[in-house]
Design a protein around this ligand. Structure first.
Ligand code: MN
Length: 305
């Protein structure tokens, strides 16, 4: 009985020593692993940007299919995670070969429209002027006719400008779908808004490939109790020189303009702001495919040229 207890005690002590030895051996290895998990690549935002390779984008080409168009126009991200599913009625993704947009059924205007502008988009086609309802909307949704804007005091304000799509009749015609329209005052539409549109085409002619997001926010009234008249319209232009990628030196122009009269003679530059400011006003996340530190640099800067 006594002997048995002694042997048992020795075995217990040996097991204990073995367990301690095992722990002593495994602990540093576990520690090493934990250190790797807790300490990823050190973050140095400003410095890292300069050493990161530029983010390459799909080379400018004219999309021939919906999936090519999606890759092209949403190359920098889908700002509201819009979906091509009618359940997402206020964030409904519509894509054609010429632009992509998120449509808002309650407002009857787009949340945002995304397109690219390159020198290849600019041709000699005349303005088609065929404003028309967009028959891609689900059949049970109220479709918006050009007449909703008639005698309202507001222009049918293109978000993708007609003049950005002049390489073919089909391309130009696509900009006259009512889902690409928002009520804009004549002074905004034909004033600083149009001046920025002209300026962006001049950048495109000078070998810049532009990635553009644009839309409007706020509500000051409704046309025919249906179409939201926004308080502000905004635009974000990422100007990438041909054959280069996006890095911290890439030019980004952001503007936020009031949808009111009396501003026709204003310079578009009076309305410069940061992308981050537009993100806060709209709740969208722009440039979301870019690394977070690069987004921070590009989105907090206000264009100074
Ligand atoms: Mn962002």
């Amino acid at each position: 009985m006594k002997k048995g207890v002694t042997i048992g005690g020795i075995i217990a002590v040996l097991l204990l020593i073995g367990a301690i030895a095992f722990c002593a051996w495994i602990a540093p290895k576990i520690n090493e692993k934990l250190a790797e998990i807790n300490d990823p690549i050190p973050e140095k935002p400003e410095e890292t940007n300069k050493t990161l390779p530029p983010v390459k984008l799909p080379t400018a080409k004219q999309p021939q299919t919906t999936s090519e168009a999606e890759r092209t126009y949403l190359a920098l991200g889908n700002p509201s995670s819009a979906r091509a599913n009618p359940i997402f009625s206020n964030n409904y993704l519509l894509i054609n070969n010429h632009y992509a947009l998120s449509y808002n059924r309650s407002k009857a205007i787009p949340n945002w429209v995304a397109w690219q502008l390159t020198k290849e988009d600019l041709g000699g086609v005349e303005r088609q002027n065929n404003f028309r309802p967009d028959n891609r909307l689900p059949k049970n949704w109220k479709n918006i006719f050009p007449s909703y804007y008639t005698r309202s005091g507001y222009n049918r304000g293109h978000i993708v400008p007609s003049a950005d799509r002049t390489k073919s009749r089909e391309a130009n015609s696509s900009t006259f779908l009512m889902t690409n329209m928002t009520p804009q005052t004549p002074d905004l539409n034909q004033g600083p808004w149009e001046k920025l549109e002209r300026y962006s085409r001049s950048l495109a002619r000078r070998n810049n490939d532009l990635f553009i997001y644009s839309g409007c926010y706020g509500e000051k009234s409704k046309l025919r109790r249906t179409v939201t008249v926004p308080t502000n319209c905004w635009k974000i232009i990422v100007a990438v020189s041909r054959n280069s990628g996006i890095d911290s030196s890439t030019r980004v122009i952001a503007v936020d303009m009031p949808n009111k009269n009396g501003i026709r003679d204003d310079n578009w530059r009076d309305y410069k702001t940061s992308v981050r400011n537009i993100e806060q006003k709209t709740g969208f996340d722009f440039l979301s495919v870019l690394p977070k530190n690069l987004q921070n640099v590009l989105e907090m800067r206000v264009d100074s040229r």
